[in-house]
Write a protein that binds this ligand. Structure first.
Ligand code: EPZ
Length: 418
């Protein structure tokens, strides 16, 4: 079993280069099968979620090649068959194959997707999108058989701006007959990345990044090349690391606009941030002020940075508040921060963080991806050594996290204990 061991107290200085966005790459890869030729995607992060999706592609008899940071997908010989439970459950993004196969073949058989256990994470809005375009959905336990005589453009008003439901509806609509309108669509940059990729293939998508997206169906999509945008959540995680222990820590390959909700909060707290056109330089300050954070869909404060920033809030003077509005179970990191010496109280969907406090190195567990990131950040400033278990959660979403942090001075290593 792997563990991450972090000994706190080191200053972080130097440069961390941000990788391609996990939450974009995991949608681009299934979307690639909508063209019947070869699609090349550059700047794909080397993380286990990508391996899981490549496994699904190979299972479907698609050609998959990794060349440096690119993935080359040849869909000319793909075969539509049931995606077994074991593969479906490996990650949340497996359900993008649900929409891609439905959009391509008008039929798909697979199981309820996996993903971090941070809430119920139903897929009702995705199914609502499928049905609005003429599909019928047969549920047998957690197995879904979805078919359509014909996929016709329709009108979908999402109950909430769901990232997954927005992308899934786009993937089914691009080759449907006629026009689809998605209202109350999610506006995340990853959605724009997917829409641009599909438009490069010959799709007709307008309005991605706004709350209304219009898709005019086309018969055929052709080969194309595209690039994954920088990972704004990875960037935010390392910017927070700079706020905790940085001395002119440079985080490069970023799109500053995508992390604006974070950087404006950090400036409010008192963090020293210098913004460049594609980088941030962050240094720790001695005194930080408390603040209030409410997680919202983009461009609001991202729920995926709620757990990482909570570590910083333990160092802010006063009582900070975090209101998690997106997921119903995304405070599982708090018990371990409190074990390390933090004083955090939870009341329903709010956490109250009393700071500043000294953190001590302890044995802790990563309950999910971003909770794991929060604990790595805590280990960077704790007195002594923090041992983190269940680290596969972390490794599936942060490319080369051990190398990236040790290259800027962190005392961190990945150990394998039998
Ligand atoms: C994507 O998940 C991301 N995952 C999540 O990142 C991210 O937290 C989330 O978007 C919000 O930004 C990937 O892109 C692979 P949603 P997704 O549909 O698409 C509810 C990480 O740490 N909902 O926007 O599953 C849902 O329960 C991961 O990288 C429904 O009720 O998120 C949640 O409460 C974690 N019915 C809220 O909406 C639905 O049909 C937002 O979900 C769909 C969602």
């Amino acid at each position: 079993m792997k563990q991450i061991k972090v000994t706190g107290g080191n200053t972080l200085t130097g440069e961390i280069k941000i990788s391609g966005a996990k939450n974009s790459a995991v949608a681009l890869i299934p979307a690639a099968i909508l063209c019947d030729e070869t699609a090349t995607i550059f700047n794909v992060p080397n993380i286990s979620d990508i391996d899981a999706l490549s496994e699904i592609l190979e299972y479907l008899n698609a050609g998959v090649k990794r060349e440096e940071d690119a993935i080359i997908i040849d869909s000319s010989s793909i075969v539509n068959k049931e995606i077994p439970k074991g593969i479906s459950k490996k990650l949340r993004a497996s359900y993008y194959f649900m929409s891609a196969l439905l959009g391509k073949y008008k039929k798909v058989e697979m199981y309820f997707p996996g993903g971090c256990s941070i809430g119920a994470r139903p897929i009702d809005q995705t199914l609502k999108g499928f049905k609005a375009l003429g599909a019928s959905v047969l549920e047998d336990g957690d197995k879904y058989t979805i078919t359509a005589e014909e996929l016709k453009g329709g009108y979908v008003y999402l109950d909430m701006p769901s990232v997954g439901a927005t992308i899934n509806t786009i993937l089914v609509a691009v080759k449907a007959t006629g026009t689809t309108i998605i209202e109350n669509a999610a506006k995340e940059p990853e959605i724009v990345n997917v829409a641009t990729f599909l438009n490069n293939m010959g799709a007709k998508i307008r309005g991605a990044g706004t709350s209304q997206i219009k898709i005019v169906g086309v018969d055929k999509l052709h080969k194309c090349m595209h690039e994954v945008i920088p990972d704004r959540i990875e960037a935010g995680t390392y910017i927070i690391a700079g706020a905790l222990a940085g001395d002119k820590l440079k985080i490069s390959n970023i799109i500053p606009e995508h992390v604006e909700s974070l950087t404006s909060k950090l400036i409010e707290i008192g963090v020293d941030i210098e913004e460049g056109n594609d980088y941030m330089i962050v240094s720790k300050k001695d005194k930080y002020k408390k603040t209030k954070i409410k997680t919202l869909g983009y461009p609001g404060f991202p729920t995926d940075l709620q757990q990482p920033i909570t570590t910083l809030l333990t160092q802010c003077k006063g009582i900070s508040e975090v209101h998690e509005t997106v997921y119903e179970r995304r405070f599982q990191n708090v018990q371990y921060l409190n074990k390390m010496g933090a004083e955090i109280k939870i009341n329903d969907d709010k956490a109250f963080i009393y700071g500043p406090c000294e953190l001590k190195g302890k044995k802790v567990t990563a309950t999910d991806l971003r909770a794991g990131a929060c604990l790595v950040l805590a280990g960077l400033i704790a007195d002594g050594t923090t041992t983190i278990e269940n680290v596969d959660h972390i490794l599936r979403g942060y490319e080369n996290i051990i190398e990236k942090l040790s290259n800027v001075g962190a005392n961190i290593k990945l150990v394998d204990i039998l």
